[in-house]
Design a protein around this ligand. Structure first.
Ligand SMILES: [Zn+2]
Length: 1036
């Protein structure tokens, strides 16, 4: 393993253990978990909150409020076991957790974890063989890597409450700094809570009790309490990163995907932009295949920054453009080195020694470091942007143009979708919220109708004109592209009146059928000169005119080999249009309502956004009163998130490796070509897989550079460079310690989604199972040392991996049983473009009990200012309590599930006076009312917090009342640890995996994916490139 500490190339001071006391020049501080906080209910205002931005609560008073106080506590109505108060069961649960984890801890203790100190003082034996700037800063980081502060157990995958004391950590106690789950480190070096599990405990792993033993059923022996818990892992990491930053050169195991954190770019890009599956890479293909793991990079090049993070430097090298390697064309980055007194620039990708042009020359100091290095962000920062000269332009860059295409067909009118969509646009453009749409944006409207086209407004027009296009066979743009676009602020009154009038106008004019393809063709022609973004609404299947579609999805096509045809399109018109969009630098976001779950041929229509780099928002059973709020939030998100257009992406890597495939939503003309995007936004993620075309030099490190050439919304042509580095080692052992679980899951999900249009779903599921066995068995063969063969051993950094794969197999894309092809296709494309955050939630939801909130929950901690976020629970009905209320969020929908026996007092506190039973609640509600009760404020604050840790979808609340609402089925579907979605429970899944791992270890395994070939020979990419893919198993 190479030592990241040796790079120490950042030139930054390494912050101490308390990031809030960071040195000048380091990022401002920890993630301030400061979502908008609901106003304090006046009745709860306490003296201590003066001057605080947050309402604060005094625990003792709150406790009276919620504890036993008869005048105001929840009177439980004959529900046994709840007499003691509002949250008795939580204590019990906490104790159980503790017991379980205690058991696990002792087991781990028994394995000698933490005791051997093997890595405590790793010699820097390769120090001088590395090419990087070994410069002036004290090398603190390697220490951090080798730390043995001994608090790994404190955090990884364990219940933090253990650290505090018995029972519930909060109930009845004043929150004090001493209660912090992660007290300040004794050591001055950087905290190692996360990566010590890799860096220190070479063989750290989680053994399970033998699942087969005399007299005990297989299932009986795996204690559900002891199996790895995703909620615990997430909650622990969330707490940790409240007051720790992630320094990118010192730590090499990024936080879980669903956790928010502040990264400090020290030369290696933040994991927000790039996550490698292995942060230490085996030197040969053979070593890699022993691990069973894919070598891949998950890229989210425009990922949003978080408060406290430094903006990405934008650098201008004028007409010369940024310095690049003349052989491999890699851009200058912190890992290129200077030789010959500064006259030679050695490429970190291909090792070619370039001549330094006079304009870029600076001498080096005696240690070989450029004297101006500290002033050059391109030599110190992993993620930078370069303004690029004309030779990088495809066309004159202008500010991003937005074109709205609005469905005014009868279905859109009658379902309220037209009105909601118009209101959503108005709210996004002129709403009162703080972050308005970028000034540069220009918009016009096209209305989608049988005969087309009342078109938006010209600045010098008094009012919008409606121009009807009579000929949909040969669409054209009546105003010309310049006439169509206006400044949204100068033309506010015209746009406002147009959007306000549309619903009324078309309630009179009945257009039963929309014609989509010609409308979009004319929209494209109005944008083709400049590029831009189309935002299109659609509420019924376009069955009129050219490009008309029909009902392809019939039940008898499900479950057979040709089902996969439903997941893609062979419609020449849509395919051609998608290609033309990308070519013109145009992308499209689709907002599709499918009232009553009707078929919308998402495979064909959504193909446009999938290829052009856009997004499809699907409202599968659109009901206006319930779903309009989410629609409005998502229109706003589309307009306000960072968006670039006319983009090209290229990924370069070190000699010895090559790109084997890309997975995501983009256009790639042929293998090896750059990826093309009409548009790309902050949420979009691409998976890149690598194979070996030689051997990596373990004396050097492996480098990856993603270059995204794009035009910003403000009209600048730039290249965003994302640089990632990994160590290289001989053998597979070392790599197992630097696995990024979220990246592995992301890459596997993306490749599986790609396979979905090639292979039957059953094969995809089998391949996922086999892959999981390969990886876990690979670990047993290479890394797990001395565990008895009867034990199921999970690698420390892949503890939750099996559960994520199970969640993947239960996802709408891959699950067995009935599922409309629209939902499958939609989920497939979501998987292909999902960020680690979106994917993590999609595969395993977060579930928060509301009936047992402690008084402090949902309010800022008076000492730290951080919102107190209670622990989430496992996604299993066994964790659901009688009379409970739960928020369930998978990043797409957020359910509020209420048990049939939920306390009437809780309902009143949450929903308002008089709402004392489930039947009195409005099933169409989408947000909580603002009430002056403690519970109501808590839940609204927690929802606001969740909204801040979320990807592309808006967050609204959908009711799921036990025994009353259809959304209860969704709730049951989301309990992914249970036996559901036509698949096993988590426990059974582990037992099954264990059995197969044992067979593999004893040479008796029979592969279910058809043996050595797997799916790899079927894959188009692999067929073209002749490259083994993820799915390739070992022969035999
Ligand atoms: Zn090069």
């Amino acid at each position: 393993m190479s030592h990241y500490g040796q790079y120490n190339a950042s030139g930054y001071q390494v912050p101490g253990s308390d990031p809030r006391q960071a040195q000048p020049g380091t990022p401002a501080g920890p993630p301030q978990s400061r979502p908008q906080v609901a106003p304090t209910p006046s009745g709860y205002q306490q003296g201590g909150s003066r001057g605080s931005p947050y309402p604060q609560s005094t625990p003792s008073l709150q406790q009276t409020q919620y504890g036993q106080a008869p005048q105001n506590g929840y009177q439980l109505q004959g529900t046994p076991g709840q007499e003691q108060g509002y949250f008795p069961l939580q204590n019990q649960a906490a104790m159980e957790d503790q017991g379980a984890m205690g058991g696990l801890t002792s087991q781990m203790g028994g394995m000698g974890l933490g005791g051997d100190g093997a890595a405590a003082s790793r010699p820097n034996k390769k120090k001088n063989r590395h090419a990087y700037h070994n410069i002036d800063q004290p090398v603190v980081s390697s220490q951090a890597f080798n730390q043995s502060t001994g608090n790994a157990e404190q955090y990884v995958n364990q219940d933090p409450s253990q650290q505090i004391g018995a029972g519930n950590p909060y109930a009845g106690q004043q929150v004090t700094p001493a209660m912090n789950q992660f007290p300040a480190q004794a050591s001055p070096s950087f905290s190692t809570g996360l990566q010590s599990s890799g860096g220190k405990y070479a063989n750290a792993a989680t053994p399970m009790p033998a699942p087969s033993g005399p007299g005990v059923s297989a299932q009986g022996r795996v204690d559900p309490e002891q199996i790895p818990s995703i909620p615990r892992a997430r909650d622990g990491a969330s707490q940790y990163y409240l007051d720790h930053i992630y320094p990118t050169m010192e730590q090499h195991l990024p936080p879980p995907g669903a956790v928010s954190f502040v990264a400090q770019d020290q030369g290696n890009s933040s994991p927000k932009y790039a996550r490698l599956t292995l942060n230490n890479i085996p030197s040969t293909s053979n070593f890699l295949s022993q691990t069973g793991l894919p070598l891949g990079l998950v890229l989210q090049p425009l990922a949003p920054l978080q408060a406290g993070e430094r903006p990405i430097p934008v650098l201008d090298f004028g007409e010369l453009g940024p310095p690049r390697c003349s052989r491999c064309r890699a851009y200058i980055n912190p890992f290129m080195t200077f030789r010959a007194g500064g006259n030679k620039l050695v490429c970190n990708m291909c090792t070619f020694p370039n001549d330094v042009i006079p304009e870029y020359f600076a001498p080096t100091d005696p240690s070989g470091v450029r004297v101006d290095r500290a002033q050059r962000p391109e030599l110190t920062t992993g993620t930078v942007e370069y303004l690029v000269p004309k030779e990088y332009w495809a066309k004159e860059p202008v500010g991003l143009r937005w074109l709205f295409v609005i469905d005014v067909s009868q279905e859109a009118v009658s379902k309220g979708f037209l009105e909601a969509f118009c209101e959503g646009i108005l709210g996004a453009l002129y709403g009162e919220d703080e972050d308005d749409v970028d000034d540069e944006k220009i918009n016009g409207e096209t209305v989608l109708e049988k005969r087309r086209v009342p078109i938006g407004s010209k600045e010098n027009l008094e009012r919008a004109q409606m121009l009807v296009m009579p000929d949909i066979e040969d669409p054209f743009v009546p105003l010309g592209s310049e006439g169509l676009f206006v400044d949204p602020y100068k033309s506010q009154s015209i746009i406002t009146s147009l959007l306000a009038q549309l619903p009324a106008l078309f309630s009179q004019v009945k257009n039963p059928e929309p014609a989509l393809l010609p409308t979009l063709e004319s929209a494209l022609s109005s944008l083709s000169a400049t590029g831009g973004k189309i935002v299109c609404s659609l509420a019924s299947l376009p069955t009129w005119g050219p490009g008309m579609l029909f009902l392809r999805d019939k039940n008898d096509l499900h479950g057979i080999d040709t089902e996969k045809k439903l997941f893609q399109t062979d419609h020449p018109g849509f395919k051609k249009l998608a290609g033309k969009m990308v070519e013109s630098g145009v992308g499209i976001d689709l907002f599709i309502a499918a009232p009553a779950g009707k078929y919308m041929d998402i495979a064909t229509i959504g193909h446009l956004s999938a290829v052009s780099g856009g997004q499809t928002y699907l409202y599968p059973n659109y009901i206006a009163p319930r779903d309009s709020l989410q629609l409005a939030q998502e229109i706003k998100h589309t307009l306000t998130r960072e968006t670039g257009y006319q983009a090209l992406m290229k990924v370069r890597c070190s000699n010895g490796l090559q790109v084997s495939s890309y997975h995501g939503n983009f256009l790639q003309h042929n293998f090896g070509a750059d990826l093309e995007f009409g548009v790309i936004d902050a949420d979009k993620t691409v998976g890149v897989m690598f194979s070996y075309d030689g051997k990596l030099d373990s004396k050097l490190d492996a480098h990856f550079q993603c270059a995204l050439l794009y035009t910003t919304a403000s009209g600048e042509r730039r290249v965003r460079c994302t640089n990632t580095v990994a160590g290289v080692s001989e053998g597979a052992m070392e790599s197992m310690r630097f696995i990024d679980q979220d990246a592995v899951v992301n890459i596997i999900a993306k490749e599986a989604a790609t396979r979905m249009i090639e292979r039957p779903l059953k094969d995809v599921r089998n391949a996922l199972t086999e892959k999981t066995i390969d990886i876990l068995a690979g670990y047993r063969k290479t890394g797990s040392g001395s565990h008895p063969p009867g034990q199921l051993v999970l690698p420390e950094n892949l503890k939750e991996f099996s559960m994520y794969v199970l969640g993947l197999m239960k996802s709408r894309a891959f699950k067995a049983g009935h599922e409309p092809s629209d939902r499958r296709t939609h989920t497939m494309r979501l998987l292909k473009s999902a960020s680690p955050l979106d994917l993590s939630l999609l595969l395993y939801p977060r579930i928060l009990p509301l009936h047992s909130l402690t008084p402090e929950s949902g309010f800022p901690d008076p000492n730290t200012g951080h919102l107190v976020v209670p622990p989430t629970i496992r996604a299993s009905f066994s964790r659901i309590e009688e009379g409970g209320a739960y928020l369930v969020d998978d990043g797409q929908v957020c359910l509020l599930w209420l048990h049939a026996h939920v306390s009437p007092n809780l309902l009143e506190d949450l929903f308002g006076e008089g709402k004392t039973s489930l039947s009195l609640l409005d099933p169409m509600m989408s947000s909580l009312p603002v009430l002056e009760t403690h519970l109501n404020a808590q839940v609204r604050n927690l929802l606001a917090y969740w909204a801040s840790v979320r990807g592309s979808r808006g967050i609204t609340v959908q009711l799921a009342r036990q025994g009353l609402d259809g959304s209860e089925y969704e709730f049951a579907r989301l309990l992914v640890e249970d036996r559901n979605n036509e698949a096993q429970s988590y426990v059974d899944w582990l037992v099954n995996l264990h059995r197969h791992i044992q067979m593999e270890l004893s040479g008796q395994r029979k592969r279910e994916d058809g043996g050595g070939g797997g799916m790899s020979t079927m894959g188009m990419e692999s067929a073209v490139a002749g490259i083994t893919s993820l799915w390739t198993g070992k022969e035999g």
